[in-house]
Design a protein around this ligand. Sequence first.
Ligand code: ADP
Ligand code: MG
Length: 663
Amino acid sequence: MELTLQSPLQQVPGIGTIREPLLRKLKLVTIGDLLRHRPRRHEDRRHPTPISQAVKGQSMLVRGTLTAHGVNRFKQGRKSVYEFVLDDGTGRLHCRYWNLPYLEDHFAVGMDVFAYGAISGGKPVTMDHPEYEVVTADDDAPLHLNRIVPVHRLTEGLSGRWLRALIWRLLESVRIAPDPLERMACDHFSTSLPTQFRRLHFPDSMEHVESARRFFALSEFLHLQRGFADRRQAFRARAAGHSCSGDNRLIRPLLRNLGFALTEAQKRVLREIRSDLGHRYPMRRLLHGDVGAGKTVVAACAALMSIESGYSVALMAPTEILAEQHFRRLAGWFASLGIRVELLTGKLKESTGPGTADVPTMTVGTHALVHDGYQPDDLGLVIIDEQHRFGVVQRDKLVRKGWYPHLLVMTATPIPRTLGLAAYGDLEISVLDEIPARRGRVRTFLRTSDDTSRIWSFVAGQLAAGRQAYVVFPRIDEDDSPAGLKSVIEEHDRLSGLLKPHSIGLLHGRMPSADCRQVMDSFCQNKIQALVATTVIEVGLDVPNATVMVIGNAGQYGLSQLHQLRGRIGRGTGDSYCILVEDSRKTDAVERLKVLMRSNDGFEIAEEDMRLRGVGDFLGTRQSGMPKFRFADLLQDADLLQLARRLVEANPPQPKPLANRPR
Ligand code: ADP
Ligand code: MG
């Protein structure tokens, strides 16, 4: 019988009923699974390190002859250490194993042994619990000696030698045919699947190991992207949307009255959106744009396309403050166009424009939109601002209020571009990669609380010059944990005295929304010159005259969050100043904050944040749906992820034949 990658391991001669369950424990069921079992590491057995060159703390591979061994027992025989000594002609290595006395039976004086581990002591040269392999003069010897050998993850009862020999044998005998996606990867790398399997397990050089890893990483990404593409195709076949591309009659006057010209990036993204809205299947698009890139006006134009076509629009924002700001801005823009604009938050309901129920309406709100009160019957487009603040569930609930409405989700920099391709593969992606001109520079400084008086006199100077400032602290009041962090209520009191005669406002998430609103209004109108706030101001706010931001206990926040916060300034024409205050001298904290001093590019910052914190930590629980990869690394292989997306787009899935369709 011919064996293929799909054949169950059971059918492989020599595996038997004892080893098959052990392989299953490693989740290896088919031959393909086994050949894709990635070695943990490779050992270059052509060049073991001479024992005389041992360096404490470093890992190394040694080959030597066993010259002595034995077990020492202590604590009345309850504890033991087994030790053997290897001699390679340059020195002696002591290998020690605690509480594994039975090891003694595996070894004998005169054996030829490889040991791999970290040197734990220098006199005598010692390794604790090294990995070992005894060289035996069997037929397989050439597999295990004088070459780079794979070291695989094992389980109790399986030996590395046995598994290595099995893989070798399968590589010789199995018919290896790539699946269509692996074929794409083969074409791209001009290689063959058997070659890559061989390089993965029995490479001629360490470069082979890496090239094989990248080959299999690409095929993982191809599978991921193909999965997304299939889901998109199924969705499009199933879902029939409204044609909402509009006729420009409302957009044209809006753009005339805006007071600025759209950037090329904004125009490009609007073309992408218009083309989506014209399809008979609903748009599912993510708009990625750094803070200040001008996403709101793009959202407004997209909304007008839908309204021109006779369909209502819902815009959901994560905070009441932001929802209100959007409401104000859109009401202002849309007033002369005769469009009804509504605000719907947990506590507020307000509207402007014509009151009739049968005209398309622009509704702006918080997650209150998800609840029962909001029941549009002509929903054409759903827009989610700062979408990383919402769960997919909330997003879908809002979408389900309509009959397959179009969906535009917008986000600043919560995740790097490459992760976006892996996490948001169900969405088409538009990028606003241009910040509108005319902006002043934002300069960022790192200070400690020793500089406090200088910081406040600088702020006072800016306020006296007619500018406004945000001052951010992590806690609301002294009762909040964790202790040791500054609270806005206390600091507000202090600064109100310190910054006299300027008027200082307070804003945090536990204030009644009417109060929040009043404070925000006063700040927008420059009746309040400085705003002491928690991170409620993090997203979306747009007050161009505010050019100073002081962030206390800055080390508390993630880099991307700090970048978002900092995005509140630098919106006017003058220069802006962001002052990060952090007392911790820990180098990693300082290192992190320095990234912000170097860069103003949200994508770069997010990537740096991810590099410093690790992909898992960076994503936290929010993106736990992120796929796991065996070979691919989202940081290192960003290029491959993009390549996979391109390759899959260039090779669309074949439509399934409609076989046996009843007549
Ligand atoms: P974000 O992408 O962070 O949501 P906003 O939509 O709040 O950014 O826009 C930031 C500021 O830039 C707003 O004051 C907006 O009116 C202004 N703006 C947007 N587009 C342009 C443009 N093309 N030229 C000049 N200013 C613009
Ligand atoms: Mg915004």
